[in-house]
Design a protein. Structure first.
Length: 483
C-alpha cells in the first residue's frame, strides 16, 4: 500500500468515532458488488461509516485475492470533494487499512485524479474561463447576473454529455431555484451563443476545463478499480460520476456517501441520468446525530427550515442528538471585538491539548489577516487548512479555513466571524423567496459550517451589515450577544 508516508509525529486532532454504532454495523456487515448509497445529515457519521465500509471492503477483497492466488493487487480509490477533506481522510485511512503489498490505495479529489489519468492536459484558468463566458453572455445580451450565469453554465456542462446538450432545453432544473426564470428562449440563447462558442474557443486554443476531463474519463477507460468510496458525493457532477463508473473492474463495489441538503454547488441530477439504479436494499439512510449537541443541531435545522430537499437530502435531526450543550452564540459587534471575544472564550473554555478549534469564513484568504495577528499576539498557534492536500502534522489544534474547505470535517469548537452581508450578498427581493437558489446556497453553506461543531458554535457579524442568512436564525435556538 503506498499511502503510509507520514511520521508518527503528533498531528492536528482528526476526530473520528472508531467504534461502529449498530446503525453503522448494518451497512458494512455485508459487502455487495455494484453501487450503494449512504445518505445522512451533518453529524450522522457519514465519513466514519464510509471509512469503516472501506476497511471492510478491502478486507473482503484481499481475502478473495488470497483464495484465488491472484498476483493482481486490489485497487482501491477514495474520492473526496476538496483537497482539505482529502488530507483529513488520508490521515484517517492510513491508520485503518493494512500495509499490504497486494493493496494499492489512491486518495484524490476528482479533479486531481482525472487530470492525472488524462495526462495532465493544459487547463483553462478560472479567471480566463469566467471572463470568456461573461464576455459571450454580454454579447448575447442575456442580462443574467454573473454569478448565476457562471453557475448555470457549470451546471449545464456538468450534467449533460457533449452530444446531449440539447436536452437542457426541456430538462427540469430541480434545485436551481425559481429566480431568474430560465424559459426556453433564454436557454437556447445560453446554449447557442455562450456554451457552444465557449466549447469552440477551448478547442481552437487547445485548452480544457475540468468538465472536459470528466467527459474524457466517461468515454475512455484508463484503470479498473475494485473498491471505490466517494465522500460528499452530492457535490460531484453527473459527468464526474459517469467518468468514475467507467474506471471500474467487473466485480466492483462502489459506495456514494452524500447529503444533498449540504450541496454547495449546483450540480443536481438523478441517479437514473448516469445509468444507476438505486434499489431499497442498496440505499441506506443514517438517522442519528452523533456529532452535534441538541442545541447545535436545532440551530442548524432552523437555518435550513423551508429549503426544498430531494430524496438524497437529510435535515439535521436535533431530536436524535444525544448530548446537551450550551446554545450557539450570535455575536454582533466590530470584527476586532468579535475576535477578542472568541480569543477570551478559547482561553477560558478550550483545552487546546485535547480539543480542536476551527475559524471558518466564506472567503478566507485576506479575510483572516487581522485574526492571524490577534491569535499570534495571544500566543495561540494555528494552521491554515484551506485547500491543503495533507492533514496538518504539527501540534496546532486551531485551524483557519474557508467554509467550502471545511466540508466533511469536524471540530470541537467552530467560530464563524465576520459573517457580514458583504460576505454573503443576497439581493433584497430574495428575502421573500425561500427557494431562491442564491439565498438557499448561503443558508446551506452556513448550516454546513455550524454542523462541523461538536461542542460549541459562535457566529459574529457587524450590526450595521447583518447578513440575510441571519433572518433564518430561529428564536430560542441561540444566545444573542452584543459587544
Amino acid at each position: 500500500m503506498h499511502i503510509d508516508r507520514y511520521s508518527e509525529a503528533e498531528c492536528m486532532k482528526a476526530l473520528m468515532n472508531v467504534k461502529p454504532t449498530p446503525e453503522q454495523l448494518a451497512l458494512f456487515s455485508r459487502i455487495r458488488h455494484g453501487v450503494e448509497v449512504i445518505r445522512g445529515a451533518a453529524g450522522s457519521g457519514k465519513t466514519t461509516t464510509a471509512l469503516l465500509k472501506l476497511q471492510s471492503a478491502v478486507a473482503t477483497y484481499l481475502a478473495r485475492a488470497q483464495r484465488q492466488k491472484t498476483t493482481e493487487p486490489v485497487k482501491v480509490l477514495v474520492l473526496t470533494f476538496n483537497r482539505t477533506l482529502r488530507g483529513y481522510i488520508e490521515e484517517l485511512a492510513r491508520k485503518q487499512l493494512p500495509d499490504d503489498a497486494m493493496l494499492t490505495l489512491d486518495i484524490f479529489t476528482f479533479s486531481s485524479w482525472a487530470r492525472e489519468l488524462s495526462g495532465a492536459p493544459p487547463i483553462l484558468s478560472k479567471v480566463d474561463r469566467e471572463q470568456k463566458i461573461i464576455t459571450l453572455a454580454t454579447l448575447a445580451k442575456l442580462g443574467l447576473a454573473s454569478d448565476f450565469l457562471l453557475d448555470e453554465v457549470a451546471y449545464v456542462l456538468g450534467r449533460f454529455p457533449p452530444a446531449n446538450l440539447d436536452d437542457y432545453l426541456t430538462a427540469r432544473r430541480d434545485g436551481r431555484g425559481v429566480t431568474p426564470r430560465m424559459e426556453r428562449p433564454t436557454r437556447e440563447t445560453l446554449l447557442n451563443q455562450v456554451i457552444r462558442p465557449y466549447a469552440k474557443y477551448k478547442e481552437d486554443h487547445g485548452m480544457h476545463d475540468w468538465n472536459d476531463l470528466a467527459v474524457n474519463l466517461a468515454f475512455n477507460r484508463f484503470v479498473e478499480y475494485d473498491v471505490v468510496v466517494v465522500d460528499e458525493a452530492q457535490d460531484f457532477s453527473a459527468n464526474e460520476v459517469r467518468g468514475l463508473m467507467n474506471q471500474l473492474s467487473k466485480d466492483h463495489t462502489v459506495t456514494f456517501v452524500l447529503d444533498s441538503a449540504q450541496r454547495i454547488y449546483a450540480k443536481n441530477f438523478s441517479w437514473a441520468e448516469v445509468g444507476l439504479v438505486i434499489r431499497p436494499e442498496t440505499s441506506h439512510r443514517l438517522e442519528n446525530n452523533y456529532r452535534n449537541t441538541k442545541q447545535i443541531a436545532r440551530f442548524a435545522a432552523g437555518i435550513m427550515h423551508g429549503i426544498t430537499l430531494d430524496d438524497d437530502g437529510s435535515l439535521p435531526r436535533f431530536e436524535s442528538a444525544t448530548t446537551e450543550g450550551e446554545l450557539p452564540k450570535v455575536v454582533e459587534g466590530k470584527y476586532s471585538a468579535q475576535a477578542s471575544y472568541v480569543i477570551q472564550f478559547i482561553n477560558d473554555h478550550v483545552d487546546l491539548d485535547t480539543e480542536s478549534v476551527a475559524f471558518l469564513h466564506a472567503k478566507g484568504g485576506g479575510w483572516f489577516k487581522y485574526l492571524r495577528g490577534e491569535l499570534e499576539r495571544a500566543g495561540l498557534d494555528y494552521v491554515s487548512i484551506a485547500r491543503e492536500s495533507e492533514w496538518p502534522q504539527g501540534p496546532e489544534n486551531i485551524a483557519l479555513s474557508t467554509l467550502h474547505s471545511a466540508k466533511g470535517l469536524e471540530f470541537d469548537y467552530v467560530f464563524l466571524l465576520g459573517l457580514d452581508g458583504e460576505v454573503l450578498p443576497v439581493e433584497g427581493e430574495s428575502l421573500e423567496i425561500t427557494d431562491d437558489e442564491r439565498l438557499a446556497h448561503f443558508r446551506r453553506l452556513v448550516a454546513m459550517g455550524v454542523g462541523r461543531a461538536r461542542k460549541s458554535v459562535i457566529i459574529g457579524f457587524r450590526p450595521d451589515d447583518k447578513p440575510v442568512v441571519a433572518n433564518f436564525f430561529q428564536d430560542g435556538t441561540y444566545e444573542a450577544v452584543r459587544l
